[in-house]
Design a protein around this ligand. Structure first.
Ligand code: IPM
Ligand code: MG
Length: 368
């Protein structure tokens, strides 16, 4: 029996409720496949601000680094919303741990569960066959570039104005593009062998460098993989007109943030989308959705994205492919049997098939 150390970061809002279901499923699948999990909980986000005055206490990063994998739920909430740069924000916890663990690759798989195909706002024939992997660069770009806010000197602005000014910088270094491009090509080789690289090379210098490096690596080391470039604005459009044509999509941090929400919505619910953030050591797994403060504590949140994040953990950190397949099969079976949480229920769902967070977790466990 192998024991894996997992750093548990429930965070805010629905976080504690859904992460409990993730652990329940991990324990059940572990018992079946000969692994056990030892959890160490730590604080991140708004609750960490309340308790420690910072969204990412040193202790949390230390626990994460000492673990075999990190399972995170969600951070943030209206209580901590602020535009004051002097006040800590929950998101700093997330950005801090991504940087602290150097998690430069964010994988967000977008697949349609056929039982939920009606949930999409797009026509069934458009989303039919959608199976794409968003590979988002996660530790560079405008998220981590130089930024500043200041006052123009008296009379220095246009027309003698002296308002505030602010800037953010989108900067990429060659090695950052190099390593994420490799991740995308490697992922494509295990899938349908196609990479779409998204940039804004008609305007941005960082995108022109991006495109050059992606092509150089492709031509030298991955000529067998099909590569296409697409401008980010056009990509936003293509994602809802021909989503099934995409296999692996690779892009910089902020474009990936925006496009992955759009891609998630193809499935009809952000509540189904898992993600893995990988670097060269401890990886982190989290649902792509937020902390949903409006439904926190009500026991109605959808735990499936969290559970599917556990599936990714088994796949990428522990190489437990059969166990991971089992989780996916169980989730599919539960959905096929008609069970829904409120977010994925529709008018046709009978009331007795709409279940809460804990029951949904139990159903997945029963189907393992
Ligand atoms: C995400 C989220 C985060 C991001 C926020 C919460 C900082 O939107 O993981 O996509 O922008 O990366
Ligand atoms: Mg986002």
């Amino acid at each position: 029996m192998t024991t894996y150390k997992i750093c548990l970061l429930p965070g805010d809002g629905i976080g504690p409720e859904i992460i409990a279901e993730g652990c329940k499923v991990l324990d059940a699948v572990g018992a079946k496949y000969g692994a056990s999990f030892e959890y160490t909980e730590a604080a991140i986000g708004g609750c960490a601000i309340d308790e420690f005055g910072t969204a990412l206490p040193d202790e949390t990063l230390a626990v994460a680094k000492a673990s075999d994998a990190v399972l995170l739920a969600a951070v943030g909430g209206p209580k901590w919303d602020t535009t004051d740069p002097e006040r800590p924000r929950p998101e700093q916890g997330l950005l801090g741990i991504r940087k602290g663990l150097e998690l430069y690759t964010n994988l967000r798989p977008v697949q349609i569960f056929s039982a939920l195909s009606e949930a999409s706002t797009l026509k069934p024939e458009v989303i039919d066959g959608v199976d794409l992997m968003m590979v988002r660069e996660l530790t560079g770009g405008v998220y981590f570039g130089m930024r500043e806010r200041f006052y123009d000197e008296e009379g220095a602005g246009p027309n003698g104005s002296n308002g505030q000014r602010a800037y953010d910088t989108m900067e990429y270094r060659e090695y950052e593009i190099d390593r994420i491009a490799r991740q995308a090509f490697e992922a494509a080789r295990k899938r349908r062998n196609k990479v779409t690289s998204v940039d804004k090379a008609n305007v941005l210098e960082s995108s022109r460098l991006w495109r050059e490096i992606v092509h150089a690596i492709h031509d030298k080391e991955y000529p067998d993989v099909e590569l296409e470039d697409i401008l980010v604005d056009n990509c936003a459009m293509q994602l809802i007109t021909r989503p099934a044509d995409f296999d692996v999509m690779v892009t910089e941090n902020m474009f990936g943030d925006i496009l992955s929400d759009e891609a998630a919505q193809l499935t009809g619910s952000l509540g189904m989308l898992a993600s893995a953030s990988l670097g060269d050591s401890t990886a982190l797994y989290e649902p792509s959705h937020g902390s949903a403060p409006d439904i926190a504590g009500k026991g109605i949140a959808n735990p499936l994205a969290q559970i599917l994040s556990c599936e990714m953990m088994l796949r990428y950190s522990f190489d437990m492919q059969d166990a991971a397949d089992d989780i996916r099969r169980a989730v599919t079976a539960v959905l096929d049997a008609g069970w829904r949480t409120g977010d994925i229920a529709d008018a046709a769902t009978p009331a007795d098939k709409v279940v809460g967070t804990v029951r949904m977790g139990d159903l997945v466990v029963e189907n393992l």
